[in-house]
Design a protein around this ligand. Structure first.
Ligand SMILES: *Cc1c(COP(=O)(O)O)cnc(C)c1O
Length: 371
Protein backbone atom coordinates (compact mmCIF):
# COMPACT_ATOMS: atom_id res chain seq x y z
CA UNK A 1 0.00 0.00 0.00
CA UNK A 2 1.14 3.49 -0.78
CA UNK A 3 -1.08 6.32 0.36
CA UNK A 4 0.08 9.87 -0.35
CA UNK A 5 -0.82 12.76 1.90
CA UNK A 6 -2.85 14.38 -0.85
CA UNK A 7 -3.71 13.35 -4.40
CA UNK A 8 -4.95 16.01 -6.79
CA UNK A 9 -5.26 13.74 -9.83
CA UNK A 10 -8.79 12.53 -9.05
CA UNK A 11 -10.34 15.95 -9.38
CA UNK A 12 -8.21 16.77 -12.44
CA UNK A 13 -9.60 13.76 -14.30
CA UNK A 14 -13.10 15.01 -13.65
CA UNK A 15 -12.54 18.46 -15.14
CA UNK A 16 -9.68 17.79 -17.54
CA UNK A 17 -11.53 18.15 -20.86
CA UNK A 18 -13.44 21.28 -19.95
CA UNK A 19 -10.37 22.96 -18.54
CA UNK A 20 -8.18 22.01 -21.51
CA UNK A 21 -10.69 23.52 -23.92
CA UNK A 22 -10.80 26.75 -21.93
CA UNK A 23 -7.02 27.02 -21.72
CA UNK A 24 -6.71 26.40 -25.46
CA UNK A 25 -9.28 29.13 -26.15
CA UNK A 26 -7.39 31.62 -23.96
CA UNK A 27 -4.07 30.78 -25.62
CA UNK A 28 -5.57 31.00 -29.11
CA UNK A 29 -7.02 34.40 -28.25
CA UNK A 30 -3.96 35.56 -26.25
CA UNK A 31 -6.05 36.47 -23.19
CA UNK A 32 -3.68 36.22 -20.27
CA UNK A 33 -4.35 39.04 -17.80
CA UNK A 34 -7.76 40.24 -16.65
CA UNK A 35 -10.71 40.01 -19.02
CA UNK A 36 -13.91 38.06 -18.93
CA UNK A 37 -12.71 34.95 -17.05
CA UNK A 38 -11.41 37.00 -14.11
CA UNK A 39 -14.50 39.22 -14.00
CA UNK A 40 -16.83 36.24 -14.13
CA UNK A 41 -14.85 34.37 -11.50
CA UNK A 42 -15.07 37.36 -9.18
CA UNK A 43 -18.84 37.50 -9.60
CA UNK A 44 -19.24 33.76 -9.11
CA UNK A 45 -16.94 33.59 -6.10
CA UNK A 46 -18.73 36.53 -4.42
CA UNK A 47 -22.00 34.71 -4.99
CA UNK A 48 -20.56 31.50 -3.57
CA UNK A 49 -19.39 33.38 -0.47
CA UNK A 50 -22.68 35.23 -0.16
CA UNK A 51 -20.82 38.56 -0.17
CA UNK A 52 -21.30 41.65 -2.33
CA UNK A 53 -17.76 41.72 -3.72
CA UNK A 54 -14.87 39.43 -4.54
CA UNK A 55 -11.51 40.63 -5.83
CA UNK A 56 -9.06 38.12 -7.29
CA UNK A 57 -5.33 38.49 -6.66
CA UNK A 58 -2.02 36.67 -7.01
CA UNK A 59 -2.07 34.39 -3.95
CA UNK A 60 -3.38 34.04 -0.40
CA UNK A 61 -0.46 35.89 1.16
CA UNK A 62 -1.03 38.89 -1.11
CA UNK A 63 -4.73 38.73 -0.25
CA UNK A 64 -3.84 39.25 3.43
CA UNK A 65 -1.43 42.07 2.58
CA UNK A 66 -4.00 43.80 0.36
CA UNK A 67 -6.63 43.48 3.10
CA UNK A 68 -4.37 45.10 5.69
CA UNK A 69 -3.35 47.83 3.27
CA UNK A 70 -6.97 48.54 2.31
CA UNK A 71 -7.83 48.89 6.01
CA UNK A 72 -5.00 51.41 6.33
CA UNK A 73 -2.97 49.28 8.76
CA UNK A 74 0.56 50.67 8.93
CA UNK A 75 3.73 51.25 10.93
CA UNK A 76 2.88 52.00 14.56
CA UNK A 77 -0.15 49.68 14.54
CA UNK A 78 -0.28 46.17 15.99
CA UNK A 79 -2.23 43.31 14.43
CA UNK A 80 -2.95 40.27 16.55
CA UNK A 81 -3.35 36.71 15.23
CA UNK A 82 -2.65 33.16 16.41
CA UNK A 83 0.70 31.43 16.66
CA UNK A 84 -0.39 28.09 15.16
CA UNK A 85 -0.83 29.17 11.58
CA UNK A 86 1.18 29.27 8.40
CA UNK A 87 3.73 32.10 8.45
CA UNK A 88 1.90 33.88 5.59
CA UNK A 89 -0.59 35.28 8.13
CA UNK A 90 2.08 37.12 10.11
CA UNK A 91 4.30 37.90 7.10
CA UNK A 92 1.47 39.98 5.66
CA UNK A 93 1.24 42.00 8.88
CA UNK A 94 4.96 42.80 8.79
CA UNK A 95 4.87 43.56 5.08
CA UNK A 96 2.61 46.59 5.65
CA UNK A 97 4.94 47.82 8.41
CA UNK A 98 2.71 46.87 11.36
CA UNK A 99 3.79 44.87 14.44
CA UNK A 100 2.83 41.21 14.77
CA UNK A 101 1.44 39.82 18.00
CA UNK A 102 -0.18 36.55 19.06
CA UNK A 103 -2.82 35.11 21.35
CA UNK A 104 -3.31 31.45 22.23
CA UNK A 105 -5.93 29.08 20.85
CA UNK A 106 -8.80 27.06 22.20
CA UNK A 107 -7.68 23.48 22.89
CA UNK A 108 -10.67 21.85 21.21
CA UNK A 109 -10.83 23.58 17.83
CA UNK A 110 -7.27 24.99 17.64
CA UNK A 111 -8.71 28.33 16.55
CA UNK A 112 -8.31 31.73 18.27
CA UNK A 113 -9.60 31.68 21.86
CA UNK A 114 -11.93 34.69 22.28
CA UNK A 115 -11.28 34.76 26.04
CA UNK A 116 -7.53 35.05 25.45
CA UNK A 117 -8.16 37.72 22.84
CA UNK A 118 -10.19 39.77 25.29
CA UNK A 119 -7.58 39.42 28.05
CA UNK A 120 -4.89 40.48 25.60
CA UNK A 121 -6.83 43.54 24.45
CA UNK A 122 -7.58 44.66 28.01
CA UNK A 123 -3.84 44.72 28.63
CA UNK A 124 -2.42 45.84 25.31
CA UNK A 125 -5.06 47.59 23.20
CA UNK A 126 -3.77 51.04 24.13
CA UNK A 127 -0.07 50.41 24.78
CA UNK A 128 0.44 48.48 21.56
CA UNK A 129 -2.11 50.42 19.49
CA UNK A 130 -3.86 47.23 18.38
CA UNK A 131 -5.86 48.01 15.25
CA UNK A 132 -6.88 44.69 13.77
CA UNK A 133 -7.29 40.99 14.46
CA UNK A 134 -6.78 38.08 12.04
CA UNK A 135 -8.55 34.91 13.17
CA UNK A 136 -7.48 31.87 11.11
CA UNK A 137 -10.13 29.34 10.07
CA UNK A 138 -7.82 26.40 10.61
CA UNK A 139 -8.01 22.98 8.91
CA UNK A 140 -11.43 23.85 7.45
CA UNK A 141 -13.22 24.96 10.62
CA UNK A 142 -14.09 28.58 11.29
CA UNK A 143 -13.05 30.36 14.46
CA UNK A 144 -15.79 31.45 16.89
CA UNK A 145 -16.73 34.49 14.81
CA UNK A 146 -19.74 35.53 16.91
CA UNK A 147 -17.53 36.08 19.97
CA UNK A 148 -14.62 37.52 18.00
CA UNK A 149 -16.86 40.08 16.25
CA UNK A 150 -18.38 41.16 19.57
CA UNK A 151 -14.90 41.70 21.02
CA UNK A 152 -13.75 43.52 17.87
CA UNK A 153 -16.69 45.87 18.22
CA UNK A 154 -15.99 46.53 21.88
CA UNK A 155 -12.31 47.28 21.20
CA UNK A 156 -12.81 48.99 17.84
CA UNK A 157 -10.77 46.51 15.79
CA UNK A 158 -10.86 45.68 12.11
CA UNK A 159 -11.32 41.98 11.39
CA UNK A 160 -9.67 40.03 8.57
CA UNK A 161 -10.61 36.36 8.34
CA UNK A 162 -7.74 34.21 7.03
CA UNK A 163 -9.87 31.69 5.15
CA UNK A 164 -7.11 30.04 3.11
CA UNK A 165 -8.18 26.64 4.52
CA UNK A 166 -11.92 27.26 4.72
CA UNK A 167 -13.59 27.63 1.31
CA UNK A 168 -17.21 26.70 1.95
CA UNK A 169 -16.94 26.50 5.75
CA UNK A 170 -19.75 27.94 7.88
CA UNK A 171 -20.29 29.15 11.42
CA UNK A 172 -23.96 29.52 12.39
CA UNK A 173 -24.82 29.30 8.71
CA UNK A 174 -22.54 32.17 7.71
CA UNK A 175 -19.25 31.82 5.86
CA UNK A 176 -15.96 33.73 5.76
CA UNK A 177 -16.60 37.33 4.68
CA UNK A 178 -20.06 37.44 6.24
CA UNK A 179 -18.54 38.30 9.61
CA UNK A 180 -15.29 40.25 9.25
CA UNK A 181 -14.50 43.40 7.26
CA UNK A 182 -12.66 41.25 4.74
CA UNK A 183 -12.02 37.51 4.29
CA UNK A 184 -9.01 36.30 2.34
CA UNK A 185 -8.57 33.06 0.38
CA UNK A 186 -5.71 31.14 -1.19
CA UNK A 187 -6.11 29.02 -4.32
CA UNK A 188 -2.79 27.23 -3.88
CA UNK A 189 -3.28 23.85 -5.64
CA UNK A 190 -3.70 21.82 -2.43
CA UNK A 191 -6.41 24.06 -0.91
CA UNK A 192 -10.10 23.02 -1.02
CA UNK A 193 -10.46 25.25 -4.08
CA UNK A 194 -7.09 25.17 -5.83
CA UNK A 195 -5.81 26.57 -9.12
CA UNK A 196 -3.12 25.04 -11.38
CA UNK A 197 -0.63 27.43 -9.80
CA UNK A 198 -0.92 30.36 -7.41
CA UNK A 199 -4.05 32.41 -6.89
CA UNK A 200 -5.98 34.24 -4.20
CA UNK A 201 -9.03 36.38 -3.51
CA UNK A 202 -10.62 38.74 -1.00
CA UNK A 203 -14.32 39.03 -0.29
CA UNK A 204 -16.14 41.86 1.46
CA UNK A 205 -19.52 43.55 1.76
CA UNK A 206 -17.95 47.02 1.87
CA UNK A 207 -17.98 48.86 -1.46
CA UNK A 208 -15.27 51.33 -0.47
CA UNK A 209 -12.93 48.50 0.56
CA UNK A 210 -13.73 46.50 -2.58
CA UNK A 211 -12.80 49.43 -4.83
CA UNK A 212 -9.65 50.14 -2.88
CA UNK A 213 -8.54 46.49 -2.96
CA UNK A 214 -9.17 46.34 -6.71
CA UNK A 215 -6.97 49.40 -7.20
CA UNK A 216 -4.25 48.22 -4.81
CA UNK A 217 -4.01 44.83 -6.53
CA UNK A 218 -3.33 46.52 -9.86
CA UNK A 219 -0.72 49.23 -9.14
CA UNK A 220 -3.23 51.60 -7.55
CA UNK A 221 -4.60 52.09 -11.04
CA UNK A 222 -7.84 53.86 -11.89
CA UNK A 223 -7.19 54.03 -15.63
CA UNK A 224 -4.42 52.52 -17.71
CA UNK A 225 -1.71 55.02 -16.71
CA UNK A 226 -3.49 56.94 -13.98
CA UNK A 227 -2.67 55.85 -10.43
CA UNK A 228 -4.63 56.94 -7.36
CA UNK A 229 -2.01 55.44 -5.04
CA UNK A 230 0.94 53.08 -5.08
CA UNK A 231 -0.22 49.50 -5.03
CA UNK A 232 1.00 46.03 -5.93
CA UNK A 233 1.15 43.77 -8.94
CA UNK A 234 -1.08 41.02 -7.64
CA UNK A 235 -3.53 39.80 -10.24
CA UNK A 236 -5.05 36.43 -10.95
CA UNK A 237 -4.09 35.09 -14.41
CA UNK A 238 -6.95 34.58 -16.84
CA UNK A 239 -6.02 30.91 -17.23
CA UNK A 240 -6.18 30.36 -13.46
CA UNK A 241 -9.51 32.20 -13.30
CA UNK A 242 -10.91 29.96 -16.04
CA UNK A 243 -9.78 26.84 -14.16
CA UNK A 244 -11.17 28.13 -10.87
CA UNK A 245 -14.55 28.85 -12.48
CA UNK A 246 -14.82 25.21 -13.55
CA UNK A 247 -13.65 23.92 -10.17
CA UNK A 248 -15.91 26.25 -8.17
CA UNK A 249 -18.95 24.43 -9.57
CA UNK A 250 -17.66 21.22 -7.96
CA UNK A 251 -16.56 22.70 -4.65
CA UNK A 252 -19.65 21.86 -2.59
CA UNK A 253 -19.56 18.28 -3.80
CA UNK A 254 -15.82 17.96 -3.11
CA UNK A 255 -16.30 19.45 0.36
CA UNK A 256 -19.07 16.93 1.06
CA UNK A 257 -16.74 14.12 0.00
CA UNK A 258 -14.11 15.44 2.44
CA UNK A 259 -16.73 15.55 5.22
CA UNK A 260 -17.77 12.01 4.40
CA UNK A 261 -14.15 10.83 4.60
CA UNK A 262 -13.75 12.63 7.92
CA UNK A 263 -16.80 10.81 9.27
CA UNK A 264 -15.31 7.46 8.28
CA UNK A 265 -12.02 8.37 9.96
CA UNK A 266 -13.84 9.48 13.10
CA UNK A 267 -15.86 6.29 13.30
CA UNK A 268 -12.74 4.15 13.05
CA UNK A 269 -10.60 6.21 15.42
CA UNK A 270 -13.04 7.44 18.06
CA UNK A 271 -12.94 4.18 20.02
CA UNK A 272 -9.24 4.64 20.59
CA UNK A 273 -8.73 6.59 23.81
CA UNK A 274 -5.18 7.52 22.83
CA UNK A 275 -6.26 9.43 19.75
CA UNK A 276 -8.04 12.77 19.81
CA UNK A 277 -10.04 13.25 16.61
CA UNK A 278 -11.17 16.67 15.32
CA UNK A 279 -13.79 18.41 17.44
CA UNK A 280 -16.59 19.90 15.36
CA UNK A 281 -18.59 22.71 16.94
CA UNK A 282 -22.37 22.49 16.76
CA UNK A 283 -22.32 25.82 14.90
CA UNK A 284 -19.78 24.56 12.33
CA UNK A 285 -19.72 23.23 8.84
CA UNK A 286 -16.13 21.95 8.96
CA UNK A 287 -14.85 21.38 5.40
CA UNK A 288 -11.80 19.32 6.37
CA UNK A 289 -9.03 20.92 4.41
CA UNK A 290 -7.02 18.72 6.76
CA UNK A 291 -7.95 15.82 9.01
CA UNK A 292 -5.72 16.33 12.01
CA UNK A 293 -5.59 14.02 15.03
CA UNK A 294 -3.59 14.29 18.26
CA UNK A 295 -1.44 11.64 19.89
CA UNK A 296 1.28 11.76 22.50
CA UNK A 297 3.98 9.72 20.72
CA UNK A 298 3.42 11.51 17.42
CA UNK A 299 6.94 11.42 15.96
CA UNK A 300 7.38 7.65 16.40
CA UNK A 301 3.93 6.95 15.04
CA UNK A 302 4.62 9.14 12.02
CA UNK A 303 7.84 7.22 11.29
CA UNK A 304 6.06 3.85 11.54
CA UNK A 305 3.21 5.00 9.29
CA UNK A 306 5.79 6.11 6.75
CA UNK A 307 7.26 2.58 6.76
CA UNK A 308 3.76 1.27 6.06
CA UNK A 309 3.53 3.56 3.02
CA UNK A 310 1.31 6.17 4.64
CA UNK A 311 2.29 9.83 4.21
CA UNK A 312 1.25 12.33 6.91
CA UNK A 313 1.85 16.00 7.64
CA UNK A 314 2.28 18.31 10.64
CA UNK A 315 0.42 21.62 10.53
CA UNK A 316 2.44 23.17 12.07
CA UNK A 317 5.47 21.73 13.88
CA UNK A 318 6.86 25.05 15.24
CA UNK A 319 4.44 27.72 16.50
CA UNK A 320 5.25 31.11 15.01
CA UNK A 321 6.26 32.71 18.32
CA UNK A 322 9.10 30.14 18.59
CA UNK A 323 10.26 30.49 14.97
CA UNK A 324 13.71 31.98 14.38
CA UNK A 325 12.01 34.66 12.23
CA UNK A 326 10.20 35.98 15.33
CA UNK A 327 13.06 35.75 17.81
CA UNK A 328 13.03 39.55 17.89
CA UNK A 329 9.59 39.54 19.56
CA UNK A 330 11.21 38.01 22.65
CA UNK A 331 8.70 35.21 23.20
CA UNK A 332 9.85 32.06 24.95
CA UNK A 333 8.63 28.51 25.52
CA UNK A 334 5.56 28.52 27.74
CA UNK A 335 4.14 31.82 26.46
CA UNK A 336 1.37 30.14 24.43
CA UNK A 337 1.04 26.73 26.13
CA UNK A 338 -1.83 25.32 24.09
CA UNK A 339 -0.27 26.17 20.73
CA UNK A 340 2.98 24.63 21.94
CA UNK A 341 1.35 21.50 23.36
CA UNK A 342 -0.64 20.71 20.24
CA UNK A 343 2.34 21.37 17.94
CA UNK A 344 3.97 18.30 19.54
CA UNK A 345 0.88 16.12 19.22
CA UNK A 346 -0.86 16.95 15.93
CA UNK A 347 -0.69 14.69 12.92
CA UNK A 348 -2.55 15.34 9.68
CA UNK A 349 -3.72 12.15 7.97
CA UNK A 350 -4.25 11.67 4.22
CA UNK A 351 -7.25 13.71 3.09
CA UNK A 352 -8.68 14.62 -0.30
CA UNK A 353 -12.17 14.26 -1.78
CA UNK A 354 -11.59 11.03 -3.76
CA UNK A 355 -9.65 9.27 -0.98
CA UNK A 356 -11.02 5.70 -0.92
CA UNK A 357 -12.76 4.13 2.06
CA UNK A 358 -10.43 1.12 1.86
CA UNK A 359 -7.44 3.48 2.13
CA UNK A 360 -8.98 5.16 5.20
CA UNK A 361 -9.52 1.68 6.67
CA UNK A 362 -5.88 0.84 6.08
CA UNK A 363 -4.63 4.08 7.65
CA UNK A 364 -6.88 3.59 10.70
CA UNK A 365 -5.94 -0.05 11.14
CA UNK A 366 -2.23 0.83 11.15
CA UNK A 367 -2.82 3.81 13.45
CA UNK A 368 -4.94 1.81 15.89
CA UNK A 369 -2.28 -0.92 15.99
CA UNK A 370 0.38 1.68 16.82
CA UNK A 371 -1.33 3.68 19.56
C1 LIG B 1 -2.05 28.61 2.36
C2 LIG B 1 -2.22 29.60 3.45
C3 LIG B 1 -1.91 30.96 3.27
C4 LIG B 1 -1.13 31.50 2.10
O1 LIG B 1 -1.65 31.28 0.86
P1 LIG B 1 -0.69 31.32 -0.44
O2 LIG B 1 -1.67 31.29 -1.57
O3 LIG B 1 0.18 30.13 -0.40
O4 LIG B 1 0.07 32.60 -0.40
C5 LIG B 1 -2.23 31.84 4.30
N1 LIG B 1 -2.79 31.42 5.45
C6 LIG B 1 -3.07 30.11 5.65
C7 LIG B 1 -3.71 29.72 6.94
C8 LIG B 1 -2.79 29.16 4.67
O5 LIG B 1 -3.07 27.87 4.91
Amino acid sequence: MNIPFMDLSGCYNEIYQEVSNKIKYLIDNTRFIGGNEVEQFELEFAKYCNTEYAIACGNGTDALTLALKALDIKTGDTVVTVSNTFIATSEAISSVGASVDFVDIDEKTYTMDPIKLKEYLRKYKVIKNVKAVIPVHLYGQMADMESIMAIAKEFDLKVIEDSAQAHGAKFNGKGPGEYGDIATFSFYPGKNLGAFGDGGALVTNNEYLANKIKMLSNHGRIKKYEHEMEGYNSRLDSIQAAILRVKLRHLNKWNSMRINNANIYKQLLNKNNNIITPFIRNESRHVFHLFTVRLTNRDNVRESLKKDGIATGIHYPIPLHLQPAYRYLGYKKGDFPISEKISNEILSLPMWPELKEEDINYVCKKLNDLV
